[in-house]
Design a protein around this ligand. Structure first.
Ligand code: HEC
Length: 120
């Protein structure tokens, strides 16, 4: 009798592991991260405007940092501060300060920086 319970327990454990997987439940959902093609005019401005412009724009340049023009964003991308901050690397203040960006947005910014932060 005990064995049956243990068996049942193990089976239900595996079953729940399988069905609880987000990728299995929503294989074509919005959970996919496409960081293969990233443009400044697309993903980069979308991310920066959602999470950074509020403190770093031409009239409110918190910490003397402006990010809402291509030239400024490009400067911070190429001098390492942009990724240093969003990835919370040692020596950089975590940005945004309240909660970090999600992994997909970090990967997309990284792709743009790796490409040389082009104005595309
Ligand atoms: C709530 C306001 C706020 C938001 C939102 C915000 N920042 Fe900042 N940021 C600051 C402040 C304040 C400083 C100065 C902090 C310091 O030097 O310790 C700063 C400094 C910086 C610096 C300069 C860091 C250095 O090493 O001197 C960079 C680069 C930066 N932020 C990038 C970003 C990026 C990228 C985002 C969006 C992902 C962002 N920030 C969102 C407030 C903000």
């Amino acid at each position: 009798m005990k064995k049956i319970f243990i068996l049942f327990f193990l089976v239900s454990l595996f079953a729940s592991c399988y069905y609880d997987k987000y990728e299995n439940l929503y294989p074509l959902g919005n959970n996919t991260c496409d960081s293969s093609t990233v443009t400044y005019s697309g993903a980069v401005t979308e991310i920066l405007s959602s999470y950074c412009y509020s403190c770093h724009n031409s009239s409110t340049a918190t910490g003397a940092v402006i990010l809402d023009t291509y030239a400024d964003a490009n400067t911070y991308a190429l001098n390492g501060q942009l990724m240093g901050c969003v990835k919370g690397e040692t020596g950089y203040p975590m940005m945004p300060p309240s909660a970090s960006l999600n992994d997909c947005d970090i990967a997309r910014l990284q792709k743009w920086v790796n490409d040389g932060a082009p104005d595309n």
